[in-house]
Design a protein around this ligand. Structure first.
Ligand code: ATP
Length: 315
């Protein structure tokens, strides 16, 4: 039976602004998403019976129908019943390297990999846009994860406009293993506290979303200038997550005072925090000094870098 090994990179948010409410209950967002070199590995294999089997090496990740990879495979089976009948089911093996429930789109990138993998296994010949549209029905971050790189994401996060590649900017990433922040909680709390400031009219929302294209951080990305980018990082969700989680606030403050750190921010709904640094070597120095300041084994630290791709077949 055929199988594919896929690489599914995590993302960070260089920018996250909540601009309003949507009739579907989600928020109108303006984000800049960036793929990073920290990635899960996924094997997807055709099996003769029409079932979906999931295996994972991470104890926090479910292997039942609640795993996003299961839902992605189920979606493909429903959408392409003739191919499912012809090729059978799939067995998916996840090697998790991306911290779970971290604001790094771990589940979303796995789901994107399964959509790409099944397209290959079943010779469907889908376009990138078709895969992204299927992904958007499962989760707002999935479309970005398909092609990855650097992009502006608006709407729920599923409307994408690519930006120039930003590879080789070095990042130090920190996440407490046992600390999880629920994305729905973060957005609900933000609405309760700051909902009165939301833009109300369709015109105002569209104008705000359009304005990001000429915004300061986009200019910095076009210049490929890490120092400028680091100064323009922004995440509205820090306003609710940092006060609720002193450990995350402490990490954020510690990163900000490290020599060689150009800028620091929480990613997505947290609780992971990242810092942009000048070089890989500087990243190792920063990682070491954070480790010395917080000698807690629960704290995971990574030195990684920005990359210009999403799902890839492993060579
Ligand atoms: P996002 O940045 O898209 O909000 P996240 O990085 O915060 O996502 P995930 O790592 O995707 O969060 O995990 C959120 C929850 O989803 C976890 O608590 C986990 O139980 C569940 N989950 C389902 N499928 C997966 C998967 N393939 N990988 C990781 N978690 C998964």
């Amino acid at each position: 039976m055929r199988s594919y090994n896929l690489i599914a990179p995590a993302k960070i948010n260089l920018y996250l602004e909540i601009i309003g409410d949507r009739p579907d209950g989600y928020h109108e967002l303006v984000m800049i998403l960036q793929s990073i070199d920290l990635a899960d590995r996924i094997n997807i294999r055709a099996i003769s019976d029409e079932t979906i089997r999931v295996h994972c090496n991470h104890p926090q990740v479910p292997t039942d129908k609640t795993n996003l990879v299961y839902r992605a495979a189920e979606l493909m089976m429903k959408h392409f019943p003739e191919a499912a009948a012809k090729y059978g089911g799939v067995e998916i093996t996840l090697e998790k390297n991306i911290p779970v429930a971290a604001g790094l789109a771990g589940g979303s990138t796995n789901a994107a990999a399964v959509l790409v993998g099944i397209d290959l296994l079943w010779n469907l010949g889908l376009t990138q846009t078709e895969i992204e549209e299927l992904g958007a029905t499962l989760g707002s971050d999935i479309p970005f994860c398909v092609a990855g790189g650097t992009a502006i994401a608006t709407g729920r996060g599923e409307q994408l406009a690519p930006l120039p590649n930003l590879d080789h900017i070095y990042i130090v990433l920190a996440k407490y293993r046992s600390l999880e922040v629920s994305t729905p909680w973060a957005y609900k709390t933000y609405r309760q506290e700051f909902g009165s400031t939301y833009l109300k009219t369709t015109e105002d929302l569209a104008a705000r979303a359009a304005a990001v294209h000429s915004g300061e951080i986009v200019k910095a990305i076009v210049h490929k200038n890490a120092t400028e980018i680091a100064q323009k990082l922004h995440n509205d969700l820090e306003r609710v997550v940092l006060p609720a989680h002193p450990q995350v606030l402490q990490l954020r403050e510690l990163f900000a005072t490290q020599p060689g750190v150009l800028g620091t921010m929480m990613s997505g709904s947290g609780p992971s925090v990242f810092a942009i640094v000048e070089s890989e070597q500087q990243g190792q120095v920063v990682k070491q000094s954070i480790r010395e300041a917080i000698p807690d084994e629960d704290l995971e630290l990574f030195v990684t870098r920005t990359i210009n791709h999403g799902i890839q077949i492993a060579s």
